[in-house]
Design a protein around this ligand. Structure first.
Ligand code: UDP
Ligand code: MG
Length: 316
């Protein structure tokens, strides 16, 4: 059985060589047939040159593919490209920075071998080694999305996972533009076994996921896997309609029964502001979905390949 490692790389010049040698060292005599599918996601540093060097110096080029994007399309696009080109019966997604150790891949292979019913072995972080504010926000995100989406999201589970070909093919059938892998993995189903792992320190360079990018990514996930925000607009509309009818009844009763005039100006201003704000908020939610549909309908490719190094030929 052939194993493909899909490795998204963005500005990883300090890591790719070490990653390559570490995997070969750890896999030696333990994994028979495996290939590297490096995806250079428009890196601005020397990642491409390093990957080309690895490719050129490696005698058995059957085992390496290097995909290079025309620009940075993001990790999700890199994962999609890597999965499309991987040729293995088993495919493992792994980061280039050695935060996810190749030893864990061996463990995943063992778990997969132990039970043929298992289609996917996913690693999750038992303890998050990160800023406590980010960690708290991530936990909150999982709570919210699990409440409002039909698909189950596992807190701490990353993209780091080993999948059988049948699951990879199912994911590749999802050709949507706004990709949120964590959701896609759950959406396609299959029998997934979760194993704990410890995240190591980055070998070199720094994380590309700042708070702003993570927040945007979380919203992407919510809009991609739940239509609850749209229903929220309906609820708010219903709620404010009921409130205004009740208010109207109170005003009419006060006027007819007790002859009290309700001071109109202040009430109207407050109501206008409240309803105007709610309307804009709901319009914004609809706009989010509409913009996603707009981009999807344009049917642009998820990534653009500039070069694909594979075996002895260079496909351009
Ligand atoms: N990555 C990518 N494209 C991007 C951002 C990141 O291919 O636009 C890759 C990156 O090179 C690494 C993996 O995705 O191999 C995870 O990124 P990072 O280590 O920055 O994330 P973290 O581990 O901090 O969550
Ligand atoms: Mg990392």
């Amino acid at each position: 059985m052939k194993l493909s490692l899909v490795i998204p790389c963005y500005n990883e010049e300090g890591n790719v060589e070490k990653f390559f040698s570490e995997v070969n060292r750890v896999f030696k005599d333990k994994v028979g047939d495996y290939e590297f599918v490096f995806v250079n996601d428009g890196s601005k540093d020397k990642t491409y040159q390093k990957l080309k060097q690895i490719y050129n110096n490696h005698s058995d080029k059957n085992n390496i593919q290097v995909l290079t994007f025309s620009r940075n399309f993001g990790k999700e696009a890199a994962i999609y490209a890597g999965l499309s080109k991987a040729e293995g019966d088993l495919v493992c997604l792994i980061d280039a920075d050695l935060q996810q150790r190749p030893e864990v891949v061996l463990e995943m292979l063992e778990v997969m071998k132990s039970d043929e019913e298992i289609d996917c072995v996913a690693a999750y972080q038992q303890q998050r080694k990160e800023n406590s504010v980010i960690s708290a926000f991530k936990s909150m995100f999982y709570k919210i999305i699990n409440k409002i989406s039909d698909v189950e999201f596992v807190n701490g589970a990353s993209d780091f996972r080993l999948m059988k070909r049948v699951m990879v093919d199912a994911i590749l059938q999802m050709t949507e533009f706004h990709r949120f892998s964590k959701g896609l993995f759950s959406y396609v189903g299959f029998n997934t076994k979760y194993i704990p792992y410890e995240v190591c320190e980055r070998e070199s360079g720094e994380t590309k996921w700042g708070f702003k990018k993570l927040f945007k990514y979380a919203l992407e996930g919510i809009f991609a896997f739940s239509t609850m925000p749209l229903k929220f607009a309906t609820f708010i509309g219903l709620f404010s309609s009921i409130c205004s009818i009740l208010y109207l009844i109170v005003v009419v009763v006060q006027k007819l029964a007790f002859g009290i005039d309700v001071p109109g100006y202040a009430t109207i201003v407050v109501l206008l502001l409240l309803i105007g704000g709610l309307l804009l908020f709901c319009l914004g939610i609809i706009g989010e979905y509409l913009s996603k549909m707009y981009v999807q309908i344009k049917d642009r490719p998820v990534y653009i390949l500039k070069e694909h190094l594979k075996q002895d030929k260079i496909e351009k």
